[in-house]
Design a protein around this ligand. Structure first.
Ligand code: BLA
Length: 510
């Protein structure tokens, strides 16, 4: 594992963000063994309990908590469901003459981890009841896009953060801001893309287990967890900690953006991280544990509703693919040659497989639309395509990698999907996609005045966007599984059509 001082922009993926040894100062952490002796404590414990950290390590927890509180905590420990479960107690009277506290309870290895924050709510479940009507609203969404818009607006109402973004991951782990609400004076990030490295792999993996994190004060003090290493020689694993202090690299990123507080909630689809609801506040902002729990529940419900809406959309896409098939077949029945229907045909396909350009070479004719090569440039590409399997479609989103002459097709073409529709000579129907970096532009103020931290200007959204553009240079929007399946079934349809047309043409001659 890397030591904190050795982490830089080149090795972020190896930073052990679950073992940084600190908590944020708005709460304190106490870990105990199975027989309730204190094994770890954050050095700010004196701000929450009338004790010194050094005096209580190795002693019983009962020195800090009254018997009723201990009993309640024990009870919760018994119902912990699974290794990554966290139980919560709100508004608990933990000790004589102390203010009520909210307590998070979870297991880390063999330790029981307790995290205490002063209650900011009455513990009456008011926060959860706020989420209820929001769920009804989410359910009413007509599409995934509308759902995500509703989600960011409701999150703003629930949390009061200055900016709420829905950050969606792509197959290559880059991210896109697909929905956003923001304080009117702030620059908008919607539509922008960021490279996978902005949220490194271990962070994405952690966010599948632990669904919410808040950074209450980007410049706030952190409190060290003592001892640094336990008797087993390892630091306490804080993966599931609600107070976990976050990576200094990420803090620098937030500071460079002028952000004072950040919170993000995982959006999962079937257990896999699909996206994040990412929230910024321009000044420090702490939300009560009860509110954070309500927000986490909101995220869970959003995840389920989203899965449903995405599945509905996938179903609709399948149905559209079927209707393209029917449309094509009816044209054949009417005896119209395919070549005369190129526009109608490509329009129909666009509903199922979005494209930037299309060509058809069938029976010696050549037709093209949109971002497409000339007949001559295509002739050369066709020889390349003839080397692929005749019995299946061929697709790539990085043509230049396999076809060095890609540049000759036109500077923008990066993706092709070729559907062979006859054998010898091979006829093709081909769709083209534009290089993606050229389809997304930075809309914001290019040089917001920031004083970059020790790692320089790289840790800003502007530079992240530029980094993403570099990563995707020469690639198009990928062809999805569903699109490829639709293309494969379209190939069968097209072959059938061409056979019928040639059949009827030869019958006409007879
Ligand atoms: C974490 N990076 C994150 C998080 C987000 C981003 C949303 C989740 C933590 C949170 O809730 O704040 C990224 N935030 C963005 C992006 C925008 C934004 C892209 O607002 C755009 C508007 N970060 C980098 C680089 C590295 C890096 C280059 O940009 C490393 C080389 C590291 N980001 C990094 C780490 C975490 C992180 C380590 C995990 C923080 C943690 O949970 O401890």
């Amino acid at each position: 594992n890397l030591q904190p001082q050795d982490v830089d922009l080149t090795n972020c993926e190896r930073e052990p963000i679950h073992q940084l040894g600190h908590v944020q100062d708005f709460g304190c952490l106490i870990a105990v063994s199975h027989d309730w002796n204190i094994t770890h404590v954050s050095d700010n414990v004196g701000r929450f309990f009338d004790v010194n950290p050094q005096d209580i390590i190795g002693g019983p927890l009962s020195r800090l908590l009254n018997p009723t509180a201990l009993h309640d905590i024990r009870g919760r420990l018994q119902v912990l469901a699974g290794a990554d479960a966290v139980e919560r107690l709100f508004h608990l009277d933990v000790a004589q003459a102390s203010v009520p506290m909210d307590v998070a309870i979870h297991m880390s290895g063999r330790s029981i981890v307790l995290e205490f924050e002063r209650s900011m709510t009455r513990g009456a479940g008011d926060q959860a009841s706020l989420v209820r009507p929001m769920i009804d609203r989410l359910n009413g969404a007509q599409s995934p896009a509308q759902l995500l818009d509703l989600a960011v607006r409701n999150m703003r109402a629930l949390t009061g953060f200055d900016r709420i973004m829905l950050y969606k991951f792509a197959d290559d782990d880059s991210g896109e801001v697909v929905a956003e609400v923001t304080r009117p004076d702030l620059e908008a990030f919607k539509g922008l893309r960021y490279p996978a490295s902005d949220i490194p792999k271990q962070a994405r993996a952690l966010y599948e287990r632990s669904l919410l994190r808040i950074i209450a004060d980007v410049d706030g003090p952190r409190s060290q967890v003592l001892p640094e290493r336990g008797p087993d020689g390892a630091p306490l694993d804080m993966s599931m900690s609600s107070l976990r202090a976050v990576s200094p690299i990420h803090l620098e990123y937030l500071r460079n953006m002028g952000v004072g507080a950040s919170m993000s909630v995982s959006v999962l689809r079937r257990g896999k991280l699909w996206g994040l609801i990412a929230c910024h506040h321009m000044s420090p902002r702490t939300l009560s544990y009860e509110t954070r729990s309500a927000v986490e529940m909101f995220g869970l419900v959003l995840s389920f509703v989203l899965d449903q809406k995405l599945s509905d959309e996938e179903q609709t896409q399948l149905e559209r693919a079927r209707s393209v098939h029917d449309q094509l077949m009816s044209q054949v029945v009417e005896g119209t040659p395919l070549a005369e229907n190129f526009d109608a045909f490509t329009n129909a396909i666009a509903d199922v497989i979005p494209w930037d350009g299309a060509i058809a070479t069938i029976g010696g004719s050549f037709q093209s639309r949109g971002l497409a090569p000339t007949a001559e440039a295509f002739g050369k590409l066709q020889r390349f395509l003839n080397t692929t399997q005749a019995s299946s479609i061929y697709a790539t989103s990085e043509l230049a990698k396999v076809y060095p002459e890609a540049e000759e097709l036109g500077p923008d073409i990066a993706g092709i999907l070729a559907i062979p529709v006859s054998r010898t000579p091979r006829d093709y129907f081909v769709l083209f996609r534009r290089e993606i970096a050229r389809t997304v532009v930075w809309a914001g103020n290019p040089d917001k005045p920031v004083t970059p931290g020790p790692n320089g200007a790289r840790l800003t959204p502007r530079k992240s966007f530029a980094a993403w553009q570099e990563v995707v240079r020469g690639t198009s929007q990928p062809w999805t599984e569903a699109e490829l399946r639709a293309a494969e079934s379209m190939r069968t349809t097209l072959i059938e059509i061409i056979l019928r047309l040639t059949d009827s043409a030869s019958q006409d001659r007879d």
